[in-house]
Design a protein around this ligand. Structure first.
Ligand code: ATP
Ligand code: MG
Length: 403
């Protein structure tokens, strides 16, 4: 082999080596890719298997026969249970092993197998959605500082509601029973609801609010049941405060002549009285009622031991009006000439709600004229407007009608 041939040969060889290395790289690359794909497919497989399992379970759940709801009537010595289903007769049945025996009590609501009526589970007691809806989870944002002219009333409410909840021992030592229920009475718009909301905000107790008219139901016995469930919830959530607004709608005097609707309202009232009697005044459930018609309330409600502390919420005095005006103008921009004292002087007899309306109206007058602050003239107009409106309200209330 001469030199020429050797060179040619080695050139070819190195070319070949290069191409093989190239090819090797590509194959390695492919191998890596395929390896990756394999791993992906494997995880996908596991995911899908889980999905299948989940769907199968879901299918089983959907195909499982319905359970019947019943109530436990009695527990027999041998562990069997007497249940009453909604369908009629009582049955003696067995209970599933996994049910905790301490939950299986007489009166408990249970789920029963459809065929054998065996007890499959214990359900939580049912409350009417109206009742559970009455519990306030978020605290209302009203505070005592937003209430003007009612310092004395705030103090009384604190003594009657907050202190017995916070310092029951003190009452025990002194040897008196704190009031059980507090009734806020006063004309419309004087801040009764506001006051109750402020209490809710202040205390750490759970607050259960109800409007009296919600307790008046269509069917016989429904209202009484709601009252019972309401107080049951209050006891369960203790320490708690039950607030019944517009109490007069359930608490009106009982009359001799009554329609069946009246009788249903009276039944609700009687249940309310019974619940009020059932409370220990030093216990941790307090009751606040509010009404603007104390004159029509049934005397039984006002008896000591029930709503025995009556806090009167008066129409604000001159000083009261002044501080209410200051509260409602806190966030308003006013020109320096605005004279609250003059406004307060002119508005004898106006309620907190009227005064609030005046502040809003004054602001409206300013906006109407494209100004960004409120002047004394705006307040003059607003006072005229609101006082005029309340005069119309009073006249129509006393019989005058629009032609
Ligand atoms: N003393 C007050 N201080 C500040 N604002 C008040 C006061 N009284 C009433 N208001 C204003 O009037 C509004 C209405 O008051 P609220 O709803 O508390 O009246 P009420 O006494 O419950 O009336 P009703 O008997 O008609 O239910 C409140 O939201 C508040 O803005
Ligand atoms: Mg109210």
């Amino acid at each position: 082999m001469d030199e020429e041939q050797i060179r040619e040969f080695s050139e070819k060889l190195s070319e070949r080596i290069a191409s093989l290395e190239d090819r090797n790289d590509k194959l390695l690359e492919t191998a890596r890719r395929v390896e990756g794909e394999k791993r992906y497919v494997e995880t996908e497989l596991i995911r899908l298997q889980k999905e299948i399992k989940r769907l199968k379970q879901e299918l089983d759940r959907l195909k499982s026969p319905p359970l019947i709801i019943g109530n436990v009537r009695d527990i027999l010595a041998d562990g069997r249970v007497v249940v009453k289903s909604s369908t009629g007769p009582d049955f003696i049945v067995n209970a599933a092993d996994y049910i905790a025996k301490e939950n299986l009590l007489v009166g408990a609501r249970v789920a029963l197998n459809k065929q054998t009526l065996a007890v499959m589970g214990v359900l939580p007691p049912s409350y009417d959605p109206i009742v559970t809806g009455a519990e306030i989870i978020e605290k209302p944002d009203a505070t005592y500082s937003e209430i003007g002219g009612l310092d004395q009333q705030i103090l009384e409410l604190k003594e009657a509601v907050e202190d017995p909840l916070l310092k029951p021992d003190l009452y025990r030592k002194v040897g008196i029973e704190p009031p059980k229920g507090v009734l806020l009475v006063g004309p419309p718009g004087t801040g009764k609801t506001l006051l109750a909301k402020a209490v809710a905000n202040r205390t750490k107790a759970s607050f259960i609010r109800f409007v009296g008219s919600e307790l008046v139901q269509k069917y016989i016995g429904e209202g009484a049941r709601l009252v019972r469930e309401l107080f049951e919830l209050a006891r369960k959530k203790a320490p708690s405060i039950v607030f019944i607004d517009e109490l007069d709608s359930v608490g009106a005097k009982r009359l001799e002549v009554a329609t069946s609707g009246d009788r249903e309202v009276q039944r609700t009232l009687m249940q309310l009285l019974a619940e009020l009697d059932g409370f220990n005044p030093l216990g941790d459930v307090k009751i606040i009622g509010a009404t603007n018609r104390p004159d029509i309330l049934d005397d039984a409600l006002l008896r000591p031991g029930r709503f025995d502390r009556i806090i009167e919420i008066p129409v604000p005095s001159y000083e009261g009006r002044l501080s209410i005006l200051r509260i409602h103008t806190r966030k308003m921009s006013l020109t320096p000439d605005v004279d609250f004292e003059a406004v307060a002087q002119r508005t004898d007899g106006a309620t907190g709600a009227d005064l609030k309306a005046m502040c809003t109206e004054a602001g409206m007058f300013a906006i109407r004229e494209d100004r960004d602050s409120v002047t004394t003239a705006d307040f003059e107009l607003a006072v005229d407007k609101v006082l005029g409106e309340s005069r119309i309200r009073h006249e129509t209330a006393s019989g005058a009608m629009y032609a």
